[in-house]
Design a protein around this ligand. Structure first.
Ligand code: G6P
Length: 601
């Protein structure tokens, strides 16, 4: 969480830094700040609130200069406030630092520094870095930072500037992301590639342990564990236009609209004639895989849950799944011939990376299913399947989830194929899914009307069985994330073991009852809710007259093969959550307390 940037090269630092921070705002948005060296002095602006608040502070200041750094914060140590916002400086204001991550031993370090006479202004862990740099400064920022980092425990990505060396930015990463962009006359540091795309598509993905010095004129040098290393620039395929709303009121709605084309793209990449192809998996002995350990957090975990149902159903390969924050501390009882499949939009989620590290230590190969090329997860994994959803800006994930689902299906089909199971029929029906999603999106006004009718309910229960159970979880997650209404997803079969006690006329219950072999059982559950006066919304398949006659609030979805229902059924639930949040006046793209990329435990 938190986003950091640094720009070296003459230009309007106000525009360069603030414009870049806005693209990182999804990583944290409780306060922000910039530090610029101008005319040999350090200029600092920090403000609680969204970046716009800080932007107003500097509106009238000319900040054309050579170096500057910036930060958008998601508070860990010290509540959101002007003083706790980054950048942080040393006692004399010679050094400024921005940091993403957590310095675990900051209290000990701070105590020591205070004993030596350093004066702290904030409650943050980060400020110790500025004072340590002041303490150890040896006339060279690079070697000083190296020395400082040796004493830090925890995770960090940092950028440091100084009035003593006003033509430099030094940066470093350990367990938190940092990417460097290179143009002819500028070096840009950022937590991810998004802001860099404003300047260039040429990036260097830093390795864990890298320390970087960038000097005026586009010169950079990278050291890892004391050894200078060569590096390569990669050209990234994302486009900065993806960071615009393109006429949509929110990124979330735009991203929901992008889903059909993403599904199409993934199918065309991985379905060739009547085979599913994954050249990415060539290094694995796929036929031998007997067990998959699935890892993810939040929405990515839900995608993995769908993956479990699909892979077990079509390929008959056992899948064990848990959230990464549990995997990382569980006693692993591992079976031979197993692989770990780690799912993550950002590829930077701390728990997911830690869980993956454990599997690697046990000698288990890791397949990353990830949206961000060059991210930490893709660099740790033995094989990488990209989800190609493009830049996702809304904190609540939609298109990245759908892309993860598609990969789960394709993986299931691929494993089945490798075991001699014929999946060509299913593959043929997969190609109908993008247009079915489109149909649902085109009927968004119905979901909007439904949201208008239900936005005042105090809580929601989402129920589904089998393949629809993960959809119930994900639908509930979307609603609570962006509208702050308590919402719970449950397997419908468990209803009688607790949730039924909650049902009365004040409880809205979303029942996923599209065509499936378990439809009759789901229908009985719906009747049970009705008998207890719960307010029912049903997702059903077009042509289901029984439901249509009995219930007023039914969302009819196009008829598709039942196995694909998780891909289609989540779309109306995304739209419903979106409209409820809009009607309630919530900040849809940047919900309170959340961050898109959870880079601390
Ligand atoms: C955060 C985001 C979620 C996301 C989860 C996992 O909670 O708000 O949208 O699903 O992290 O993130 P990842 O990048 O690993 O998929």
């Amino acid at each position: 969480m938190c986003g950091i940037v640094g720009v070296l090269g003459f230009g309007d630092k106000k525009e360069e830094l603030i414009g870049s921070l806005k693209l990182l705002e999804y990583r944290g948005y409780d306060s922000s700040g910039i530090a610029v060296i101008k005319d040999g002095r350090l200029f600092l602006a920090k403000k609680k609130g969204k970046i716009k608040a800080m932007e107003r502070l500097v509106a009238k200041t000319d900040l054309h200069s050579l170096v500057g750094i910036g930060h958008t914060r998601w508070a860990t140590h010290g509540q959101p406030s002007d003083v706790n916002a980054h950048p942080h400086i040393d006692c004399k204001g010679n050094f400024a630092v921005v940091h993403n991550g957590i310095i675990e031993n900051y209290l000990d370090l701070k105590e020591e520094l205070v004993r030596k006479g350093h004066k702290f202004r904030s409650q943050t862990d980060t400020e110790v870095i500025a004072h340590l740099v002041e303490e150890y400064y040896d006339g060279d920022l690079f070697s000083t930072l190296k020395r400082v980092l040796e004493g830090l425990k925890g995770s960090f990505a940092v950028c440091l500037i100084s009035v003593k060396e006003p033509n430099k930015i030094v940066g470093a990463r350990k367990s938190s992301p940092l990417v460097v962009g290179l143009t002819d006359d500028k070096v840009i540091f950022a937590s991810d590639i998004t802001p860099i795309l404003r300047f260039t598509k040429q990036v260097v993905f830093l390795e864990d342990g890298d320390i970087v010095e960038a000097r005026d004129g586009g010169y950079i040098r990278i050291e890892n564990h004391g050894i200078e290393r060569s590096f390569e620039t990669c050209e990234v395929e994302w486009d900065i236009s993806q960071a615009r709303r393109c006429g949509h009121p929110h990124f979330m709605l735009k991203e929901i609209h992008e889903q059909p084309s993403i599904v199409k793209k993934l199918l065309s990449l991985h379905m060739k004639e009547d085979r599913v192809v994954f050249p990415e998996l060539q290094g694995l002995d796929v036929q031998k895989i007997r067990k998959i350990y699935m890892v993810g957090c939040g929405t990515a975990y839900h995608a993995g849950l769908v993956g479990k149902y699909i892979i077990e159903r079509v390929a008959k390969v056992g899948v064990e799944i848990d959230v990464a924050s549990e995997w990382r501390y569980r006693d692993l009882v591992l079976e031979p011939d197993s692989v770990c499949v780690a799912i993550s939009q950002s590829g930077e989620t701390a728990d997911t990376l830690a869980a993956v590290e454990r599997f690697r230590k046990e000698g288990i190969k890791v397949v990353a299913v990830c949206n961000v090329v060059g991210s930490s997860l893709t660099r740790m994994a033995d094989a990488v399947i990209l989800t190609h959803a493009g830049l996702e800006i809304s904190v609540a994930s939609t298109k990245a989830y759908l892309a993860q689902l598609v990969i789960m299906y394709l993986l299931g089909f691929y494993l089945a194929q490798n075991r001699g199971i014929d999946v060509s029929n299913l593959m043929n029906r997969f190609v109908d899914i993008p247009s079915a999603i489109n149909e649902v999106i085109e009927r968004k006004a119905e979901l909007q009307a439904l949201a208008r009718k239900h936005h005042n309910f105090g809580s929601f229960l989402y129920l589904g069985r089998n393949l629809d159970y993960p959809t119930a979880l994900e639908g509930a997650l979307k609603l609570k994330e962006i509208s702050y209404i308590p919402a719970e997803g449950y397997p419908a079969g468990e209803m009688k073991h607790g949730p039924i006690a909650l049902i009365d006329e004040y409880r809205a219950v979303i029942c996923i009852a599209t065509d499936s072999p378990l439809y009759e059982k789901m229908y009985s559950n719906i009747e049970e809710i009705k008998a207890r006066r719960g307010k029912i919304i049903v997702l059903a398949t077009l042509g289901n007259q029984e439901i249509g006659k009995e219930f007023n609030d039914v969302v009819f979805l196009p008829k598709i093969d039942e196995i694909f229902s998780p891909i289609l059924n989540i779309v109306p639930l995304q739209l419903f959550a979106y409209y409820v949040a809009v009607i309630r006046g919530c900040d849809v793209d940047q919900p309170r307390n959340l961050a898109k990329s959870v880079t601390v435990e």
